[in-house]
Structures are given as structure tokens and as C-alpha cells.
Design a protein around this ligand. Structure first.
Ligand code: PLP
Ligand code: COI
Length: 341
């Protein structure tokens, strides 16, 4: 199979149309089998549930070329499980996780020519999503849905690759206690747009959201969880019911403990504690691990000792181990790496 003629090393995080996508419709209480199509356009009624009341959920994952030339993806079962939970919370029919994994693998395989080569720094981003497709005018769930998976080759989520980011403590809240912060609903991202545009205008790379109830605890950013390293080398990551249960973060906690022999704590993290950490990073499928050099809290600068020029040493070890597992140079725990055949 011949790869597409793409400048892999200079890709940003954007949409490039690839050849195939998977589509399955839900009608009369059942999902149809679904199939690959070349048609990237979606045609729906003006009154569709997704357009009126934002009834839409999604997932984000990646396909990688390993050092020995195989195409793999990372823990797709966990994305399938999370999508089931997102669907249940928004009164959408569950697209079963086994069918989800099958659809993802089929879509990656069909777009094999777009999976960036090993060592290029790029990956194939995979975006499964589902939305209410029939008309609703009273506030109620749709009766019909569409599940789709498309792919797009991507480079780093943050411009500048691994250059440490500067983020600000955000005055807007991302998620309410007992709200929808723990699921991957489009609405969580719509409401973050004003905050991110404003952060960029003020010269910051991202927002640090605090817990809405007390505004004393660190939650996450608009698209990634936080990870901190203490001065004595412990990994600490915020625990909260209103953040997205990041698959990258859950994997990194296991990597820290089992591969690097580090203590890893999942616990509440107070804004007041930030000054005591040595390193900070954002973790997620898109972000991988992006180092944070500085957090600004209304003019007060909290600088991590790892500095503004490179990743801290523990963050770097975590990054190298995780990406080594994903790219096949480090042995993965059972079931983490799934080959696309
Ligand atoms: N938090 C938010 C709000 C996200 O959108 C994402 C991206 O999926 C993450 C965290 C990271 O989750 P994961 O590691 O599963 O990609
Ligand atoms: C991901 O990391 O896959 C996400 O969905 C985050 C998004 C902000 C791109």
C-alpha cells in the first residue's frame, strides 16, 4: 500500500479529508449493520436533535505506525466504554463497544494510506461520534441517530511541539457538580470556546478550570487532564467526578507505578498546592503529554522548576515510556495495543 503524499513532519492538528468513513444509523429502536462510505457529507433535517439541543457525543483516539511497520491503536475498548457512558447520560442509544471497536479498526484499515510513517511525529487521529438526527422541537431525545467514524492525519495539538505551555486559571467554569463534565459531550466543548478564544487573546495557551462548587481545586483544561510531579518525584493527578476520565491519564498512572516504579496519587489537588510541584503536564490523546511551564492566577505567576525550555525529567520519562508502548518499542501491558489487520 502506497502512502499519500503528505508532508507528515509539518502537519498541525487540523482536518484533512481521508477516503473512507464508517456510518451506521439507528432507527425503529435498532442500529443497522453500518458500512464504510466515501461520502463525507451529512444531510439532516433543520430540526435535528443535534442542531437544536446539542445531542451529540464523540471520542478521540489515534492510530500509529510501529517501529516494525504495523498499524496499531491504543486501548480502543476504553473509548468504546466511555462512549457507552456518554450515550447513556444524554439519553442516546448505546452503540455497543464491541461494534465500536470493530468500526474503528475498519475505518483505520480503509485509510491505511493516511497513517503517518513511524518516526514522522504525526499520527492518524480517529474521531467516532454520534448525534440525534431526526426532528425534535419539544425538549426530548431524538428517536433516530447516526454513528460515524472518520480519520484525519495530525501533528502536535499545541504549536511548538514540546515547548512548555503557559496557562491561566480560568474565571469561567467548565462543568457543574453532578453535570456532564465526566462525559465526552459536544456541549462541554461549545461552552469552552469563549474561554479558549479569550485565553489566546490574552496570550495564554490554555485554561485551567477549577471546581465550580468551591473554585479551590484543579479540574482540567478544555481538552486534557492535568498531571503534576512533586519535588520528591511522586506523580499526582486530580480526582474529580466532573472531569473526563482520560484514558491517557489512567494509562500514565499505571506506567508511573509499573514501569517507572514511581508513587502515583489520584486525589484532589488544591490550587494552593501548585507552587509546591516541580513539574506539570497536560495529558490526553491529542495532547499526548504537553509540558506546562507556568500557570498564571490573576497576575500571580506559578512557575514550575522544570522551566520554560524543556519537559521536566519525570514528565519526559512518562512521555517516552507511553509513546514507546504506543509505537511498539516498549512491551505493552496485555490488551493495550491492538493491531489493525
Ligand atoms: N479531558 C478532556 C476535556 C478531553 O477532551 C480529553 C480528550 O479526549 C481528555 C481529557 C483526555 O482524554 P483521553 O486521554 O481519553 O484522550
Ligand atoms: C482528544 O484528545 O482526543 C480530544 O478529544 C481533545 C480535543 C480537544 C481534541
Amino acid at each position: 500500500m502506497e502512502k499519500k503524499n503528505i508532508d507528515w513532519a509539518n502537519l498541525g492538528f487540523g482536518y484533512i479529508r481521508t477516503d473512507y468513513r464508517f456510518v451506521s444509523n439507528y432507527k425503529n429502536g435498532a442500529w443497522e449493520e453500518g458500512a464504510l462510505t466515501e461520502n463525507a457529507d451529512v444531510v439532516i433535517n433543520e430540526c435535528a436533535g443535534v442542531l437544536q439541543y446539542a445531542q451529540t457525543i464523540f471520542e478521540g483516539m489515534k492510530a500509529y505506525t510501529t517501529a516494525d511497520g504495523r498499524i496499531v491503536t491504543f486501548r480502543p475498548d476504553l473509548n468504546g466504554e466511555r462512549m457507552e457512558q456518554s450515550a447513556a447520560r444524554l439519553e442516546m442509544p448505546v452503540f455497543p463497544k464491541e461494534k465500536f471497536v470493530d468500526a474503528v479498526l475498519k475505518t483505520i484499515k480503509a485509510n491505511e494510506a493516511y497513517v503517518p510513517p513511524y518516526g514522522s511525529g504525526a499520527t492518524l487521529y480517529v474521531r467516532p461520534f454520534m448525534f440525534g438526527s431526526d426532528s425534535v422541537i419539544g425538549v426530548k431525545p431524538s428517536e433516530e441517530y447516526q454513528f460515524r467514524v472518520f480519520t484525519t492525519p495530525v501533528g502536535p495539538y499545541f504549536k511548538g511541539g514540546v515547548k512548555p505551555l503557559t496557562i491561566r486559571v480560568c474565571d469561567f467554569d467548565r462543568a457543574a457538580p453532578r453535570g456532564t463534565g465526566h462525559i465526552k459531550a459536544g456541549l462541554n466543548y461549545a461552552m469552552s470556546l469563549h474561554a479558549i478564544v479569550d485565553a489566546h487573546k490574552q496570550g495564554y495557551d490554555e485554561n485551567m478550570y477549577l471546581d465550580a462548587a468551591t473554585r479551590t481545586k484543579v479540574e482540567e483544561t478544555g481538552g486534557a487532564n492535568f498531571l503534576f510531579v512533586t519535588k520528591d518525584g511522586k506523580v499526582v493527578t486530580p480526582k474529580s467526578d466532573s472531569i473526563l476520565p482520560s484514558i491517557t491519564r489512567r494509562s500514565l498512572v499505571q506506567v508511573a507505578r509499573e514501569y517507572l516504579g514511581l508513587e502515583a496519587q489520584e486525589r484532589e489537588v488544591y490550587l494552593d498546592e501548585l507552587k509546591d510541584f516541580a513539574e506539570c503536564g497536560l495529558c490526553g490523546t491529542a495532547a499526548v503529554i504537553s509540558p506546562v511551564g507556568k500557570v498564571v492566577d490573576h497576575g500571580r505567576e506559578i512557575c514550575f522548576s522544570s522551566g520554560m525550555t524543556e519537559m521536566g525529567p519525570v514528565t519526559k520519562k512518562l512521555y517516552e515510556t507511553l509513546t514507546g508502548i504506543q509505537m511498539g518499542t516498549i512491551k505493552a501491558p496485555e490488551g493495550w495495543v491492538v493491531e489493525v489487520k
